[in-house]
Design a protein around this ligand. Structure first.
Ligand code: B12
Length: 226
C-alpha cells in the first residue's frame, strides 16, 4: 500500500524534472490544502526531482539548460514553502547566530538556503552571505556579527577546498575555538570534515539543525566549565 500523497509527490518530482516553475509553485500551494508538511514536500517531492536531474546530467541524458530550469522550478516551490517554514521560528528567543554561505567559485545555493530556512525556523539568527564567498569574508562576518557558527556549503569537488580555506581563515583571525565551522553539500563527507578539522558535518538540512543545536549546547558547556 503506497502513501496517500504518493501521487502528489510524484507530480512535485516531475515539475522539477520538467523545469516547470508554475507547476512547482501550484503543487507547493496544494500541499497546504492536502495537509502535507512543507519539509515533507521538500524532502519527498521536490528534492528527489533535483537528484534525478543531477543523475541524468552525469549520464548526459540532460544538459545544463535543463539543470538551470530545474533549479528555477525548485526556487519557485521554495518561495511558497519558505515563509511557512520560517514562521515557526519567529516567536522564539534567539538560539544562536549562524553565518552561511557557499564556498568560493561555487554558485549552488538551493541546499545552503534550505539549511538557513530550517535554522531560522528553529530560532537561530541566520546571516546568509550568498554564493561564491571568499574565505576572508566568512571570517570578517564572523567577527563583525559575533557569530557562534559559520556554515560553508560546497557542491563541486573543486570548491570543497574553499571549506578548508574558511577553517584556516577563522583560525588565523583568532576566532577559534569560540566560532565553530560546519560544512555540507552533496560531495562533502564526515571524513572530509575531519580532515580539514571542521567542527561538524551534516548530510541534510534537518541534520544540520541537530548539529547546530548540539554545537550550541557544547558551546555553553565550555563556558560553564571554564
Ligand atoms: C541545480 C544544480 C545546478 C544549478 C544551481 C542553481 C542554483 N541557483 O543553486 C546550476 C544549473 C546553476 C548548476 C551549475 C553547475 N553545476 Co550543478 N547541479 C545542480 C544539481 C542538479 C542539484 C543541486 C541542488 O540544488 N540539490 C538540492 C539541494 C537541496 O541539495 P544539496 O545542495 O545537496 O543540499 C543539501 C545537503 O547537501 C546539505 N547541505 C548543503 N549545504 C550545506 C551546508 C552546511 C553547512 C550543512 C551542514 C549542510 C549543507 O543540506 C541540504 C539540504 O538538505 C546537482 C546534482 C545533485 N544532485 O546534487 C548538480 C551538480 C552539483 N552540478 C554539477 C556541475 C558539474 C555543475 C557545473 C560545473 C556545470 C557546468 N558545466 O557549468 C556548474 C557549476 C557552476 C558553479 N560555478 O558553481 C555537478 C558537480 C560534480 C562534482 N562532483 O563536482 C553535479 C553533482 C551534477 C552532476 N551529477 O554532475 N548546477
Amino acid at each position: 500500500m503506497g502513501c496517500v500523497h504518493e501521487e502528489t509527490f510524484r507530480a512535485m518530482r516531475q515539475s522539477i524534472i520538467d523545469g516547470a516553475p508554475e507547476a512547482a509553485a501550484t503543487l507547493a500551494q496544494k500541499s497546504f490544502v492536502l495537509g502535507i508538511a512543507p519539509l515533507e514536500a521538500i524532502d519527498q517531492g521536490f528534492v528527489p526531482g533535483m537528484n534525478d536531474v543531477g543523475e541524468q546530467f552525469t549520464l548526459r541524458t540532460v544538459f545544463l539548460p535543463d539543470m538551470m530550469a530545474a533549479a528555477e522550478a525548485m526556487k519557485a516551490a521554495m518561495n511558497v514553502l519558505e515563509p511557512v517554514l520560517k514562521q515557526q521560528g519567529t516567536e522564539r528567543p534567539c538560539a544562536g547566530k549562524v553565518i552561511l554561505g557557499t564556498a568560493k567559485g561555487d554558485i549552488h545555493e538551493i541546499g545552503k538556503t534550505l539549511v538557513g530556512t530550517l535554522l531560522t525556523a528553529h530560532g537561530f539568527q541566520v546571516h546568509d552571505l550568498g554564493v561564491d564567498v571568499p574565505s576572508d569574508h566568512f571570517a570578517a562576518a564572523a567577527a563583525d556579527l559575533a557569530a557562534d557558527i559559520v556554515g560553508v556549503s560546497a557542491l563541486l569537488t573543486t570548491t570543497m577546498r574553499g571549506q578548508k580555506a574558511v577553517v584556516e581563515a577563522i583560525e588565523h583571525a583568532g576566532l577559534r575555538p569560540r566560532v565553530k565551522v560546519i560544512v555540507g553539500g552533496a560531495p562533502v563527507t564526515r571524513r572530509w570534515a575531519e580532515e580539514i578539522r571542521a567542527d561538524g558535518y551534516a548530510k541534510d538540512a534537518m541534520r544540520a539543525v541537530a548539529l547546530v543545536q548540539g554545537l550550541m549546547g557544547s558551546h555553553s558547556d565550555t563556558i560553564r566549565v571554564s
